[in-house]
Design a protein around this ligand. Structure first.
Ligand code: AMP
Length: 421
């Protein structure tokens, strides 16, 4: 057994504990996301945290997420498995496994794991909420999906969010474009960063994502994807943009937006929070994909989805001063001066009636119990002394409005509290 270090174990690098009230804030955030997408007929999909390594390798062997950052290991039976670095691959694996009726509209939330260099807004364990739709090629679906993410950010109260959209075209378009970018970058090798040269060998389009100043200059005059789209892809994209216009969702066409994962085609998009540092300002992104269902052993199926980063979205909320952590809402705190039976029984009865209640454990003085009641954030303190006990009553003290108090018969207590809450 490993001995505990002198100051106890700590969470691993890049992994964090989330304590209250931040933990409640996350739960509310996921609840709001669920409201937005369930109102559009998306159903929740709960996925395993680990999958066969092969599921993620299909996502793209040319991406950092897969080549460098995956938490993969050999299971006890010798099979190679991995902690999920994202959820699309798992969702499509589930689609192939269950062959649901089309279109399949799902949403999910949960943690993902990537062995990245941790910094503010970039962690090794981070949460996402997202949607995926399988089985629809209609560009109006792209509009629906993009609009859902937009509505969610609006609902949180974020204002400083920009939507970037692009189209990568079909595979053939993308392959031709990738070649054009490769030859442009090759011709400017001398001006590129070390990192960009390394990426160029694996996936030239990823260099377009580089944030390094020396690369930006080379990228600025790289060929444009818009010049490499087939007529069909161009028409699809035009319909997407027309839809965003119709819904009055502002956007910027960003033709350098290629996104990290390999399986994207046609529409790609990203939500950027301008209140965050530019290195970590992508709060979500997504796009259309194909081949993924086939690669995972299913029939050829169109797909589109997005994933929004919960951690970064909350940082953006902090930066804009919106979506505060919910205040602690406790209905009642029982102060028992008669030995503990009242605290034990009243809290139980209140909770059974759907009210929230707490108490202090251990025989505390009236002062200690009142202090705990104040700290609990409860609306009412319910005092039971020998006087109240004899009379079958409880003293209800309003902890918010100047300590006003009244005596209430024990039998009417719950009704009384309900009318005053
Ligand atoms: P991706 O799956 O890379 O497209 O990421 C989708 C979103 O997840 C990003 O826009 C971020 O908001 C968030 N995200 C990705 N990687 C991390 C990370 N290491 N730490 C925190 N958030 C992340």
């Amino acid at each position: 057994m490993t001995d505990a270090p002198p100051h106890g174990f700590r969470a691993l690098t890049g992994m964090r504990d989330v304590l209250a009230p931040e933990s409640s804030r996350r739960r509310v955030l996921v609840g709001q996301f669920a409201d937005v997408v369930e109102a559009a007929a998306y159903q929740e999909l709960v996925l395993p945290l680990v999958e066969d390594l092969g599921v993620f390798l299909r996502v793209g062997e040319a991406t950092d997420v897969v080549t460098k950052e995956m938490y993969d290991f050999v299971d006890k039976d010798g099979s190679r498995i991995a902690l999920r670095p994202e959820m699309t691959a798992g969702a499509v694996r589930a689609f192939v496994q269950h062959s649901p009726v089309l279109p399949w509209k799902v949403w999910y939330s949960g943690s993902n794991f990537r062995h990245e260099r941790p910094q503010k807004g970039r962690y090794r364990s981070f949460d996402q909420v997202g949607v995926e739709v399988l089985g629809v090629d209609d560009p109006d679906l792209d509009v629906e999906v993009i609009a859902l993410g937009w509505r969610f950010f609006e609902r949180l109260g974020l204002r400083d969010v920009r939507l970037l959209v692009n189209s990568l075209g079909e595979h053939a378009d993308r392959a031709r474009y990738s070649e054009a970018v490769r030859s442009h970058l090759e011709s400017r090798r001398g001006d590129l960063s070390e990192k960009a040269l390394e990426t160029l060998g694996r996936n030239p389009l990823r260099v377009l994502d580089s944030k390094r100043p020396e690369d930006r200059a080379v990228v600025a005059d790289a060929p444009r994807v818009a010049d490499h789209l087939s007529d069909e892809s161009a028409a699809h994209f035009a319909r997407v943009l027309a839809g965003l216009d119709a819904l009055r969702i502002p956007y910027t066409v960003e033709d350098r937006l290629v996104r990290g994962l390999d399986y994207y085609r046609r529409t790609t998009f990203e939500y950027v929070a301008d209140s965050l540092d530019s290195a970590q300002n992508a709060i979500g992104g997504g796009g259309r994909y194909d081949r993924l269902a086939e690669d995972l052993g299913g029939p050829p199926t169109d797909g589109i989805g997005f994933a929004l980063g919960v951690d970064r979205t909350l940082l953006a909320c902090d930066a804009e001063g919106v979506f505060p952590a919910p205040a602690r809402a406790l209905d009642a705190f029982v102060v028992d001066l008669v030995g503990g039976d009242a605290a034990r029984d009243l809290t139980h009865a209140l909770r059974a009636a759907g009210l929230s209640a707490d108490r202090r454990f251990g025989a505390g003085s009236m002062k200690a119990q009142m202090k705990a009641a104040d700290r609990s954030g409860a609306r009412f303190a319910l005092l039971v002394g020998s006087d109240e006990l004899d009379a079958g009553e409880v003293t209800v003290r309003d902890l918010r409005e100047g300590g006003e108090q009244r005596r209430v018969a024990r039998d009417h207590l719950i009704d009384d509290l309900r009318t005053h809450l």
